[in-house]
Design a protein around this ligand. Structure first.
Ligand code: COA
Ligand code: MG
Length: 290
């Protein structure tokens, strides 16, 4: 389970080690938006050095690298540089549906072969809804590659593409075009049977705002969240860790169905539970097992 995934710029120096010690389930070394074009080459070298230095550690968060998108002309150089460091996964920005993942899958496979790594060892987390074309292709990720480990989305690139003045209103709530993108990410991930990962919360000093926004994400079915600052990690981990009450409740639902084999619906404390409730309870129990 990846509850929290903390971004750190690849040229972030001491921030890289701080990210590893933050308690995040995953650290994402960024080669994309937080790195200026002039710094890309140095950032790749820094990312590789870091992967080599930390990859073999036993108790460590997963290490992901965010590469540059397929339309930038930089993807191949990014992969040439970082695949030999064997990251657990790459974060794939501005993905445009299943076909774009197939393309990236091929690029990874060629470099895994060259580096002597098992085929498929490097996974893919798709930033599936952060362009207009990506949004329309968000329903096409099912069964495209065993590398896929999740889908996420991003309002910043979308609002730039739309030419929008803002993506949140005066209360900090996402405006309609970005609610839509968020929700499509959720449905796309569900259709592909992949975890949906909520996007970053940029207002990193606002812990209460982050907590509320993350609780909404969990309620709606996201199972983790991207972070940009170490102070966000404990909040995100807490929200995505089921409470003892939730676990107890889920066990009750599973037990009630087990006690009545063949029953399509059961009653617990005067409330009706049917198959979707059972599925949800099992999901929750699976998530704490992992
Ligand atoms: N990972 C690891 N450590 C981080 C960090 C991160 N993402 N963000 C901040 N820190 C560290 C700082 O180095 C600082 O350490 P120190 O107290 O030992 O000096 C401490 O946390 C407090 O940082 P703070 O002063 O509150 O923030 P800042 O002004 O240094 O950094 C940002 C603010 C936004 C530049 C920084 O959080 C950052 O780089 N975030 C990630 C950006 C990114 O990758 N964006 C791309 C994805 S959207
Ligand atoms: Mg982006």
């Amino acid at each position: 389970m990846m509850r929290s995934l903390l971004f750190v710029p690849a040229d972030g120096g001491p921030k890289l080690d701080k990210a590893m010690a933050s308690g995040a389930d995953a650290v994402i070394i960024d080669l994309e938006d937080s790195i200026t074009p002039e710094r890309k080459v140095a950032a790749r070298a820094s990312a590789l050095e870091f992967l080599k230095r930390t990859g073999a550690k036993k108790e460590r968060p997963r290490i992901l690298v965010r590469i540059n998108g397929l339309d930038t002309g930089m993807t191949d150089a990014d992969l040439d540089a970082i695949v030999p460091g064997r990251p657990d996964a790459v974060v794939f920005p501005k993905a445009e549906g299943g076909p774009s993942v197939v393309q990236l899958d091929g690029k990874l496979a060629a470099r895994e072969a060259k580096a002597g790594l098992p085929k498929g060892s490097i996974k893919i987390l798709a930033q599936a809804v952060e362009s207009a074309a990506g949004l329309f292709a968000a329903g096409t990720f099912r069964d495209v590659s065993p590398r896929l480990i999740g889908m996420t989305w991003g309002p910043e690139d979308l609002s730039a593409e739309l030419g929008a003045e803002a993506n949140r209103d005066e209360h900090g709530m996402l405006t309609e075009p970005y609610r839509l993108a968020r929700n499509i990410c959720l449905y796309g991930a569900a259709a592909a049977k992949l975890p949906a990962i909520e996007t970053v919360y940029v207002d990193f000093r606002n812990t209460e705002g982050l907590r509320r926004d993350t609780q909404d994400a969990r309620r709606d079915g996201f199972t983790g969240r991207l972070a940009i600052h170490p102070s966000q990690v404990p909040v995100i981990n807490e929200v995505f860790t089921p409470s003892p009450e939730q676990i107890e409740k889920a066990k009750m639902v599973v037990a009630a169905f087990a006690a009545q084999p063949g029953a399509g619906a059961v009653g617990i404390d005067g409330k009706m539970y049917d198959r979707p409730h059972l599925v949800r309870a099992q999901h929750l129990l699976d998530s704490v097992k992992r």
